[in-house]
Design a protein. Sequence first.
Lengths: 116, 117
Amino acid sequence: AQTVTQSQPEMSVQEAETVTLSCTYDTSESDYYLFWYKQPPSRQMILVIRQEAYKQQNATENRFSVNFQKAAKSFSLKISDSQLGDAAMYFCAYRSLPNAGNMLTFGGGTRLMVKP
Amino acid sequence: GAGVSQSPSNKVTEKGKDVELRCDPISGHTALYWYRQRLGQGLEFLIYFQGNSAPDKSGLPSDRFSAERTGESVSTLTIQRTQQEDSAVYLCASSRYPSGGAADTQYFGPGTRLTVL
């Protein structure tokens, strides 16, 4: 079974600064998907970014980018130019390829606080 | 263009009562998932439906939990004889399947917060 670990229960960043959230995972599979989801107080899980493990290039979505280190089984999220609206819980998640299990396995989350 | 919707938004019940939680997936999404999120924790997978295939029930914590789905539309999660440890937010997600790639991204509803007194 796969496991996902987020070792930072809380992080704080100054508005306009950069912050990196850590995520490690454990799997015996060679191909899979990784995700970062954001959960604001509204409870709605919002997809921030996804990475296919077979792609060497790190995914980027505007101010959000990842550092995917497959050998180290590490998948960190970098938020640049942090904004007050970025304050939320962030969850890292793992998913096997289709036909090998379709559910997401989540880490315990990191609460991000953004200081004005 | 509507997203995943869930009802009720909040549910308070007494220990021992049965509850039903509803999920309306995005139109055209064949896959539907239920997750549970206890306070301050990540999401735990409960059950997965894909088209007319038998559901994957491997995450259901006990036989008090069950779920149904009508075709590729509405799903109902039922918890019988609720216990205090069932208190959590129950989240539903849907996705297109099985094309893979970005099309199988899971989109979540706002969840139902269940409180068992």
